[in-house]
Design a protein around this ligand. Structure first.
Ligand SMILES: N[C@@H](CCC(=O)N[C@@H](CS)C(=O)NCC(=O)O)C(=O)O
Length: 344
């Protein structure tokens, strides 16, 4: 049995890419398996998690038994404890909280761009529908079989657009937010290597994971990125492998000294994701199957999504666990971004 971290995922999965690039940066020895995750786990006599999410990572429980574990955000926190070197979370709890916010923004909002551009337009869906089964099943799948698999994968994922919130009503809002986001990242990267200065954090990797697909895979979003920021295109390439990044002589910025360009990214969070998080939580609390609300002057509607209530509660818990001084530093820092509304 290997003592390397075993990661089961897929190359077109942004969260798989997030975790693999983290392992490279953190010098965590790993083995990546791409393809049929449930099948591979069954072969190893490991019961697959329910639901199987990508990536699934094997982590030791208290008795030393390997447990298939999903959800990159808590996995990252666990790996901070298990591996002492090259940590991802800033030591200052207030800065770490803002990092938590932006990690969630990457995982949960930037992924809406990802899912939208992958499955909404025919050309993109055609590519993804063909490549996903080739990765997941086998590159030597026959052409006849591929036709069936393509239909199966595409129907399943296109059916999920409603869960993510990509539809005719929201398409324009998503497109505008994606273009603004590229511009905001471009402005920030003009003077900063990473979100918080000269050292990457978990939020960088969350955003990077989504961009591996938006910039590196799906044709429409890639074209938009290339038309708007070659700087961001370059950043995605660099983030892939930061194993040589000098962590001794580089550091995160102080929260109070962070540049205005970071706050502008948080304002995009406040403008788009905050109202979505709040409306979704209210819908779930009231037992509604779907919700709609005004976001940035237009209607947003989608299916209610229990997981994002969990995300909102995790944000609140992170905040509640801080001391009064750090809380007030954060409230002061976030003032005017719209993110402060999450903490009421
Ligand atoms: N919040 C989770 C999300 C993981 C996730 O949603 N993964 C997607 C693929 S990128 C997935 O497994 N979807 C179900 C599927 O593809 O069957 C994380 O951070 O790891």
């Amino acid at each position: 049995m290997t003592d390397k971290l075993q990661i089961f995922g897929a190359t077109p999965s942004p969260y798989t890419q997030k975790m693999i690039s983290i392992c490279r940066y953190r010098h965590i020895p790993y083995e990546a398996y791409f393809g049929d995750v449930a099948g591979k786990l069954n072969d190893l006599n490991i019961e697959p998690p329910k639901p199987v999410l990508l990536p699934t990572i094997l982590l030791k429980d208290n008795n030393g038994a390997l447990k298939p574990t999903t959800d990159s955000t808590p996995i990252i926190r666990r790996l901070e404890k298990d591996y002492p070197q090259r940590k991802l979370l800033p030591k200052d709890p207030a800065l770490s909280f803002v990092n938590y916010l932006l990690e969630d923004f990457g995982d949960e909002w930037v992924t809406k761009y990802m899912f939208h551009y992958r499955w909404y337009f025919e050309d993109d869906a055609n590519k993804a529908g063909t490549v996903l089964p080739l990765v997941d099943i086998a590159t030597n799948t026959s052409e006849e079989e591929l036709i069936e698999l393509k239909k199966f994968f595409s129907d399943r994922q296109i059916g999920r657009l409603w869960v993510v919130g990509s539809n005719e009503t929201t398409a324009d809002l998503i497109d505008k937010s994606y273009k603004r986001f590229i511009g905001l990242m471009d402005n920030h990267l003009l003077n900063n290597k990473f979100l918080f200065g000269d050292k990457p954090s978990s939020a960088d990797f969350a955003i990077y994971g989504q961009l591996t697909q938006l910039v590196g895979f799906d044709p429409t979003s890639r074209r938009i990125a290339e038309e708007n920021s070659y700087r961001l295109v370059a950043w995605v390439d660099i983030m892939a492998d930061l194993s040589g990044h000098d962590v001794e002589n580089n550091n995160w910025t102080e929260l109070e000294d962070s540049p205005e360009t970071l706050k502008e990214i948080l304002k995009e969070f406040g403008r788009m994701y905050v109202p979505a998080l709040l409306a979704n939580a209210q819908a779930i609390a009231e037992g509604n199957e779907s919700w709609e609300t005004m976001i940035d002057g237009s209607i947003w509607k989608q299916k209610s999504f229990p997981y994002q209530v969990k995300c909102l509660n995790w944000i609140k818990e992170e905040f509640d666990n801080l001391n009064e001084n750090d809380k007030s530093r954060i409230i002061k820092y976030l003032d005017g971004t719209g993110c402060e509304l999450l903490l009421n």
